[in-house]
Write a protein that binds this ligand. Structure first.
Ligand code: DGP
Length: 144
């Protein structure tokens, strides 16, 4: 089935343009990372390229290089910031695969031994919890 075209008014495009707020932890010329408002675990972060693509399937390979370099950087930072035992990386393409926001993004989720993931797009987290985790992750990124 043919996929829908990229919609420049999707929620992450609006976040990238600063039209709606987010708890940003990282930004460079190509990539932004911010807290997921419906985290599957504490410290769940989304890494998002600025270049428009619906998902991985229509992305420019050069964008993917920059994206996954930052995914690794953010994975190391969230693991340290949250004191996690591991990190799950997830990325969904099209509704059949669980995608709900149609601007390419990668989920970076700190994991703790014996603690299952919460459901995908489950409950909204409190803004103060997101702000607190974002602060820890920013510090961890700054420390390198
Ligand atoms: P996916 O199914 O991979 O498209 O996941 C989209 C994720 O985006 C999901 O985990 C919930 C999160 N999300 C949805 N709306 C917003 C929002 O307005 N702000 C932020 N920060 N995250 C959002």
């Amino acid at each position: 089935m043919a996929e829908a075209p990229y919609d420049p008014d999707n929620i992450f495009a609006k976040i990238l343009r600063g039209e709606i707020p987010s708890h940003r932890v990282y930004e460079d010329e190509a990539i932004v990372a911010f807290m997921d408002v419906m985290p599957q675990g504490p410290g769940h972060t989304l890494v998002v390229p600025k270049a428009p693509s619906r998902n991985l399937l229509d992305a420019d390979p050069a964008t993917l290089d920059a994206l996954f370099t930052v995914v690794r950087k953010v994975a190391l930072a969230v693991k340290k910031a949250l004191g996690a035992d591991g990190v799950t990386i997830m990325q969904f393409n099209e509704p059949a695969a669980g995608q709900s926001v149609y601007h390419l993004h990668v989920h970076v989720i700190p994991r703790f031994d014996g603690v299952p993931l919460k459901p995908h797009t489950g409950g909204m987290e409190k803004p103060e919890v997101l702000a607190d985790n974002a602060g820890k992750i920013r510090e961890s990124l700054a420390a390198g």
